[in-house]
Design a protein around this ligand. Structure first.
Ligand SMILES: Nc1ncnc2c1ncn2[C@@H]1O[C@H](COP(=O)(O)OP(=O)(O)OP(=O)(O)O)[C@@H](O)[C@H]1O
Ligand SMILES: O=P(O)(O)OC[C@H]1O[C@H](OP(=O)(O)OP(=O)(O)O)[C@H](O)[C@@H]1O
Length: 218
């Protein structure tokens, strides 16, 4: 089948941790995916029938591509969406990439005052403490955030917790859960209107497999 450029959809996928589950979901939903997508070093790939062009992006950049309309759809974590605050539509919770955004620290610091917090999520961390009426300094770190309370940089961290292994192996504990995180399907606002038929079709198929996997898992 040949597809003209206007009806082709561009979908921005998050590279990394959520990619395998994303592809599993897309395939289960019968959405065409290139066979070599995970092995390839290409950043733009077309589905075998030409109906979808995939762009492989860093998770943090997916909302940017979607807001600017160079991607019609995106698949990305709720953590990234909350932090980016981009102007786009969130269509569906895909139920993969599940984890929790938490305030963590040393066990003995549990009831102590919070002065400094380290995080990769500046906005989420600042909003959380502001909503609690606490004035804290949020320090940006790019990764291995658990180091901060261990070496005395901050008294708390705000970070993702999945299995809890990273916290446990570093002698840290959860002080508070801020929110549950999972992967979402998002759309560009203009594409949502102009390509509604294709987008509705993909959303419905993904909703169907997502609902089924919830039922099986529970
Ligand atoms: N344990 C976890 N830690 C981090 N992210 C997780 C976890 N479990 C699920 N996720 C989801 O996966 C996404 C992160 O994926 P990944 O670690 O590949 O990207 P990244 O943060 O850009 O990585 P890096 O900057 O280390 O390359 C998060 O945005 C979140 O939605
Ligand atoms: O509860 P767990 O299953 O241990 O997962 C949580 C850890 O995973 C993530 O880090 P990542 O591996 O992405 O490395 P990073 O610290 O460099 O971001 C996250 O930032 C935590 O450190």
């Amino acid at each position: 089948m040949t597809v003209n450029e206007n009806s082709q959809l561009t979908v921005a996928l998050s590279k990394g941790r959520i990619m395998t589950d994303t592809l599993r979901l897309l395939k289960a939903a019968g959405i065409p995916v290139p066979d070599d997508l995970e092995e390839s070093r290409k950043l733009i790939l077309e589905s075998p029938d030409g109906s979808i062009r995939y762009i492989l992006a860093k998770p943090v950049d997916v909302p940017t591509y979607v807001e600017y309309g160079v991607a019609d759809l995106g698949i990305v974590g709720k953590d990234v969406l909350l932090e980016a605050e981009r102007d786009l539509y969130e269509l569906l919770d895909l139920g993969i990439g599940r984890c929790r955004m938490c305030v963590c620290g040393l066990p003995e610091a549990h009831h102590g005052t919070v002065k400094r917090v380290a995080s990769k999520y500046m906005r989420i961390a600042a909003d959380h403490f502001r909503n609690q009426g606490q004035q804290v300094e949020v320090i940006f770190l790019n990764g291995s955030v658990e180091l901060a309370p261990l070496i005395g940089l901050t008294d708390r961290i705000v970070d993702l917790v999945e299995t809890g292994r990273t916290l446990a192996e570093n002698g840290l504990v959860i002080h508070e859960e801020i929110l549950q995180i999972s992967t979402r399907l998002v759309a560009n606002r203009m594409s949502f209107r102009l390509k509604s038929e294709q987008i509705d079709h993909i959303t419905a198929r993904l909703r169907d497999v997502t609902a089924k996997s919830f039922t099986v898992g529970e």
